[in-house]
Design a protein around this ligand. Sequence first.
Ligand code: ADP
Ligand code: MG
Length: 419
Amino acid sequence: MEAAGHIELTASDKSLALEMRGIRKTFPGVIALDGVSLGVSKGEVHILLGENGAGKSTLMKILSGAYQKDSGEILVNGRETEIRNPKHARELGISIIYQELNLVPHLSAAENIFLGREPSSLLGLVDHKKMYEASGEILRSLGVDFDPRCLVKELSVAEQQMVEIAKAVSLDAGILIMDEPTSALTEKEITELFARIRKLKSDGVSIIYISHRMEELFEIGDRVTVLRDGKLVGTREISDVSKPELIRMMVNRELTQQFPKVTAARGKEVLRVEGLSRDDAVHDINFSLHEGEVLGIAGLLGSGRSELARVIFGLDKPKSGRIYVKGRLTRIASPRQAINLGIGFLTEDRKTEGLVLPLSVQENICLPSVERFSRMGVVQVAEEQEATARYLKELRIKATGPRQRVIFLSGGNGFGGWR
Ligand code: ADP
Ligand code: MG
């Protein structure tokens, strides 16, 4: 534990919106939280930082009533409280906005904001007029200008997030938890989100903000608490901590660069794309990729980056154009063909597209190459086990073992490292 900047929480401090003291939480085979403490002041943006599997989401799930702690104390506005369930947390003024937003797509923004608490008329019916008025007012106070009658499924991710924030405001949340809120936003939307966070702050709302994007911590945060392997490393003022220092607190080793550059010889061409088009999403794309190269594809949300990847991986049909793999003109009509050609695809939406959540780590790793692990139609379990053990180690996947179900892994494991 770091001595400097570590906040000792002793007598209850009334100016704190929240105190979590010595929180411990275990899952079979894992100590997710080992005596973690966190103090959040009123009107503060408090950043929660740590590598994948550090325990951030678990701590927040305890605070929002989704999980029960094994031991430790929680004080809300100076009062010791047992948070029984998510409904109880909301009654205590604690709202959480998950990374995967939690809205009902075919209901309107207003219906989502007031879900389960719809204002009713004298006859006991839902008072739609009142609901739309109240929603419109909250959205306007947040500086948002879409119609609360819009269906959520027709809104952008940024707008959907605003619906979640409006919901928290309507619940009179004093503590708002945001789990990686900017991961699907454009630069412009991030700027707008930050303006809204500052507004909430000036209204006295305390915000706990989970992120691993260093730049944004310095822009929006007041203090930062770092967790590592389920333990508290320390709490610091953002104004007197540096980026390398935070990285060191997170990973417990000196890293001069966040993404150290490795020199690799630029080898032969492995992929070439010529005049590739798909419907209205992808137009006349040309590039070539060599061995040992990282090729970035930049563009805003909706500019066709994912669509391009889908065509190359055989998920969508191209309208025109040619794809050469290792110099050979190829038609990739299915993901199976793409995999056989040695192409892998990590989707941006791992939960719905990339992983089979109820299956184990081992099954997920080996599924795409099940043929490689089969002899005459029989899966060679020992080989699968060996390969899985190797990948767990090489990619530093935080799992209790090959049998752990993917649904219980922490967020970043689908990517194999913190970004
Ligand atoms: P973070 O959000 O910092 O990435 P998490 O809180 O998700 O980390 O995970 C902390 C640890 O607890 C990890 O080792 C993770 O695998 C484990 N864990 C989290 N939730 C569960 C669960 N429901 N069952 C079993 N293990 C879990
Ligand atoms: Mg997490």
